[in-house]
Design a protein around this ligand. Structure first.
Ligand SMILES: [Zn+2]
Length: 823
């Protein structure tokens, strides 16, 4: 079957001055005809495709006078396999049959691959969409279906309701063997989940989340939903997590379809988060849209921020704001601590620059900055400011300053002035805290993983302080100067970044650090999180030693929050990966066992009735640490047996234990086990279970298996939407990750054929390759080889790799001595 399509469009245009040619966006399309007509005249024209510029030039046969005209265009295009524009994806359905779908992904600049258009966010228009499709297929678009008539040859023409005035990148349509839930009427708005045929049974959790998040967000904004209906559509091949097309939100399957019986908390939370994120965009992004792609950061940052608001409201017991600090913020810190970072907002000219905006700084730093300012000005003032901004600019386009104006007037604080120092400057500060008189002196300087004393950047830092014990009242102020002093009854036990919402690091000196460690129990969750996470950052930048970190980690033995354990174990795992050689593996393993063992003994293998979801999650986490970092023989043997039971019946095992067992077994696994895991990946139809088997493949550490995982990612045995991150995960293997890298190098041409938007996932894993000889090879390779869609990411991850090589050189010896001397 030829993967092609044909189209016709009529665009209403207002011509404001006499013209003889028309330029519009057009990419990988062929235009058969273009006619500009009004009531009196029809002007044909010759068409020139300017592929380089992704444009078409229509040279009219005469001059068009100012006034209203209609531009009729006939065109054809290809259904590509790059997961952008109007693309085709094939998949095996639940009955083992090969199926194909055609669907769209237009953001940032790929609507021009589906229809000629002025494909820029501030050319908003109403879209009237009709599709002619085989009559046995399902179709969906932004508006509800309003008409259907036979079109001959087994085809049917389906007409959808007009959209609201919106940008081209939000247009969507999909055709294929889908099925839909019955619509749920949510205060007048029909909501459905649409899945590939046979997967409707996995849609209930998504539907519940979609209904909750919709109501929550509408009430938060106090603005009615601007569309006519909302469909949430699961797509078998998808480059991103999801896409906020108005009323027709598309998702990769793991972000929407889930079996709550076998899903771990993290797998459930992903569905809840992504739905919250996309629905937040229906107002912020779709109703009010950035004028140009340099504003994409605010669009994504805001949706990421609102996603946590909405999920925290639905499941407060999941402590989403603690998770936010443990996911979004470290992701952003990781990139923003590099010299090669970029400002959150910067000039964007080309489509590839626009695509590079979808990174840790846009999502992670942007949302962390919004959380910081929201907590500083107060949640209600923030909500009012956002609502005012959306009402004022509804159906229009904005720049960042428009939101600040809304927040300024709602809060009476100079939000724009503060935020400019964070979004227009690269990086973030570290605050240094020393005793001064009765109180403390706080100074600021830029935090860099590879420090640069000459950097003089200053920020307007929203600081919150409190003194533990004596008074829990927090004090807020903006630190604009290089340093400031604050009075307290005593410097000991003063916490800076109280509440833990600030996007900065805090380093306590002169005995203040140990005073806080002694009072660890008096810190709240986020503050305990920040203390360990900041300490690791100071190890990475050579300001504290890895041995200091390990000593601090021991103080967290009684911790009960999985997010905080995640930070503790993250640093420990990094030490194990970069700093512990084979000859010290045994003492390292027993040190980890000492750290984790008591917490695991308290929980045991058997979940208790009434246990919280987070406690169950912690159990899985501790099993993972014991099996992969502590090399615990009992845990490994037990995990192996559990894997057999999971294969027989996935519902027979607690999901957290099941997930952990898979990774423990894989990390210690044989070739026979590898084959079984692969078989499970191929035959499981539940997306999150399939995803687990797939990701676990990357943990097998035998040389041949590492190489095979890369080969399977490149020869089609693994779906191309997943290939790049599977390869990246394989780099993380302690002993043989470098073999994965060498295999990618050898098969570079095949790697380049992966969907370009996904290639960055491999690049992001490069910092794991810190053995000096391997790192040198990576550097040399990228000195010769350009990866145009990920140029910035390559530079950033090479810098991070360099920092890891330095860490290795600086700390390996000291960690060895620490381990030799630890009991
Ligand atoms: Zn988004």
């Amino acid at each position: 079957m030829a993967a092609t399509f044909g189209g016709r469009e009529s665009i209403q245009v207002d011509i404001v001055e006499p013209v003889t040619e028309i330029l519009l966006n057009c990419h990988e399309l062929v235009i058969q005809s273009a006619v500009l007509r009004n009531e009196a005249l029809a002007l044909g024209g010759s068409i020139e495709l300017l592929e380089e510029d992704q444009r078409a030039r229509i040279s009219l046969d005469g001059e068009a006078a100012p006034g209203p005209w209609v531009l009729d265009i006939e065109f054809t295009g290809i259904l590509n396999d790059q997961l952008v524009g109007f693309y085709r994806s094939t998949f095996t359905d639940v009955d083992g049959m090969e199926q194909a779908i055609a669907t769209t992904q237009f953001e940032a600049t790929d609507a021009r691959r589906a229809f000629p258009s002025w494909d820029e966010p501030d050319f908003k228009a109403v879209f009237s969409i009709s599709l002619v499709i085989p009559e046995d297929l399902f179709t969906v678009s932004n508006g509800p279906e309003v008409g259907r008539e036979p079109a001959g040859e087994g085809k049917v023409a389906v007409r959808f309701a007009d959209t609201m005035v919106m940008s081209t990148y939000l247009v969507a349509f999909a055709v294929g063997p889908f099925e839909a839930t019955e619509p749920v009427d949510v205060d007048g708005v029909p909501v459905r989940v649409i899945t590939p045929r046979g997967k409707l049974g996995l849609s209930q959790f998504a539907l519940d989340c979609a209904v909750f998040a919709f109501r929550y967000l509408r009430d938060y904004y106090e603005i009615p939903y601007p569309g006519l209906k909302i469909d949430h559509v699961a797509i078998p091949d998808f480059a991103f997590g999801a896409m906020e097309n108005l009323g027709c939100i598309t998702y990769r399957e793991t972000a929407l379809l889930v079996d709550p019986e076998t899903a771990s908390q993290s797998e459930l939370v992903r569905v809840l988060d992504v739905i919250g994120h996309e629905l937040a965009h229906m107002w912020f992004g779709d109703l009010v849209t950035m004028r140009w792609w340099d504003g994409i950061w605010l669009n994504e940052a805001f949706a990421s921020f609102m996603e946590f608001k909405s999920t925290d409201a639905m499941r407060p017991e999941w402590k989403r704001w603690l998770a936010f600090a443990a996911i979004e913020r470290p992701w952003a810190f990781g990139v923003d601590s590099l010299e090669s970072t970029r400002p959150v907002e910067f000039e964007v000219e080309s489509p590839s620059e626009a695509n590079e905006m979808f990174d840790a700084l846009t999502y992670g730093k942007g949302s962390s900055l919004l959380r910081m300012i929201e907590q500083f000005i107060g949640e209600e003032a923030f909500r009012q400011g956002v609502g005012n901004y959306l009402r004022r600019h509804a159906y229009g386009n904005t720049v960042t300053a428009d939101l600040w104006a809304g927040l300024n007037s709602a809060s009476g604080q100079p939000v724009g002035e503060i935020m400019d120092t964070w979004i227009l400057q690269r990086g973030f500060p570290q605050l240094e805290v020393v005793p001064a008189g009765n109180g403390i002196k706080i100074s600021q300087r830029r935090y860099l993983t590879i420090p640069d004393e000459s950097d003089q950047t200053l920020w307007q830092v929203p600081v919150q302080t409190r003194q533990l014990g004596n008074s829990d009242a927090t004090e807020k102020f903006i630190l604009k100067e290089p340093e400031a002093t604050r009075d307290f009854e005593s410097a000991n036990g003063v916490i800076v970044n109280a509440g833990g919402h600030g996007f900065y690091r805090v380093r306590y000196e002169g005995g203040l650090f140990s005073a806080l460690v002694e009072k660890l129990g008096a810190l709240d969750d986020l503050e305990r999180y920040m203390l360990i996470d900041d300490t690791w950052a100071f190890v990475e930048s050579g300001q504290q030693s890895a041995a200091d970190y390990l000593r601090l980690a021991s103080a967290y033995r009684d911790e009960t929050e999985p997010a905080i354990w995640g930070a503790v174990l993250g640093g420990v795992a990094a030490i194990g990966h970069h700093l512990v050689g084979d000859e010290h593996r045994q003492p390292f393993a027993s040190w980890v066992s000492d750290l984790v063992g008591p917490a695991f003994s308290r929980l045991g293998w058997e979940p208790r009735s009434g246990e919280s979801d987070l406690t169950r999650r912690l159990r899985g986490q501790l099993i993972g640490a014991l099996g992969r970092l502590a090399d615990d023989a009992d845990v490994i043997a037990r995990s192996r047996k559990l894997v057999e039971l999971i294969i027989e019946d996935p519902r027979s095992i607690d999901p957290e234990i099941a997930r952990a067992s898979l990774f423990v077994t894989a990390a210690n696994g044989s070739e026979t086990e590898y084959r079984r895991f692969f078989e499970q990946y191929k035959t499981t139809s539940i997306p999150h279970e399939q995803q687990r088997w797939l990701l676990a493949l990357s943990a097998f550490d035998e040389p041949d298996l590492v190489v095979e995982t890369v080969e399977a990612s490149l020869d089609g045995r693994i779906r191309t939407q997943d290939s790049a991150w599977v390869i990246g995960a394989t780099f993380g293997n302690r002993r043989n990750g470098h073999l994965a890298w060498q295999q990618v190098r050898r098969e570079w041409e095949a790697f380049l054929k992966l969907p370009t938007m996904t290639q960055r996932r491999m690049v992001e894993a490069i910092p794991a390759l810190s053995r000096p000889e391997v790192a040198a090879e990576v550097e040399a390779f990228f000195a010769e080889t350009r990866l145009p869609h990920a140029a910035k990411s390559v530079a950033q991850n090479l810098e991070r790799l360099r920092a890891n090589v330095l860490l290795r050189q600086r700390e390996t010896e000291a960690v060895a001595r620490f381990l030799e001397n630890s009991p």
